[in-house]
Write a protein that binds this ligand. Structure first.
Ligand code: SF4
Length: 213
């Protein structure tokens, strides 16, 4: 499948392996920039449309393929639909090398995406996604239990892969990844969790992970 060499992704961060963003061992990627701005967003640093890590789809795909044991990738942000073309190219590149399932979070409702997509770039992206978690985060609807952060968000299985329903996994889980220079929080945090609460002993659902960079 041809890949548009001109498309550049703006990536906020990567995680080479996690068990906190869907079933099985997964790699995760967060895009930079989101126009929605939900109150209580757990990733406020990734809302501004500023330059972060500018990478080709191939370069981003290679970052996600660092760990050959992954069975899937999870894409979040930021708002992935803002970079639909580049992410489509990245997924296709990865799938040329390895079969993977794809989970993607979006702040938009699925029906709105279908209506909005004049250029078909989002339609092409949706074709590559197995599971879409849709809708904005609404703090008042966070029940502290489910995989989406708030109960208005839906889990929509777009493919026949049955990525979620055929596997045992813990929906709400968060890991703390320790790196050389910083800490990365991965997953869906407990209700009322804030980064500054960490030192106060707030319960974390998942383990500490030492991450090789
Ligand atoms: S859609 Fe997601 S990234 Fe965007 S503001 Fe809402 S929670 Fe944050």
């Amino acid at each position: 499948m041809a890949i548009n060499d001109d498309v550049i992704l703006n990536i906020a961060d990567f995680c080479p392996s996690t068990r906190a963003l869907g079933p099985g061992l997964r790699a995760a990627l967060w895009v930079q920039g989101c126009p929605i701005g939900c109150k209580g967003c757990i990733a406020p640093d990734w809302i501004p449309f500023v330059k972060a890590n500018l990478l080709s789809p191939q370069e981003a795909g290679d970052r996600l393929l660092q760990n050959s044991d992954i069975e899937g990738i999870t894409i979040s942000g930021g708002e992935p639909m803002m970079q639909a073309e580049g992410l489509t190219a990245m997924i296709r590149y990865i799938r040329e090398k390895k079969p993977i399932n794809v989970i993607c979070f979006t702040g938009y409702r699925y029906e709105a995406l279908l209506r909005w997509d004049q250029t078909k770039k989002i339609q092409d992206f949706l074709i590559e996604i197995d599971v879409l978690v849709d809708g904005p985060y609404i703090e008042a609807l966070n029940n502290g239990l489910t995989f989406p952060g708030s109960s208005n968000q839906r889990i929509i299985e777009l493919s026949h892969e049955k990525v979620l329903s055929d596997r045992k996994w813990t929906p709400r889980r968060m890991e703390i990844h320790l790196r050389d220079r910083n800490i990365l929080y991965v997953g869906i945090p407990p209700k009322n969790w804030h980064r500054e609460n960490l030192s106060n002993g707030v319960n974390i659902f998942g383990p500490l992970v030492m991450e090789d960079k």
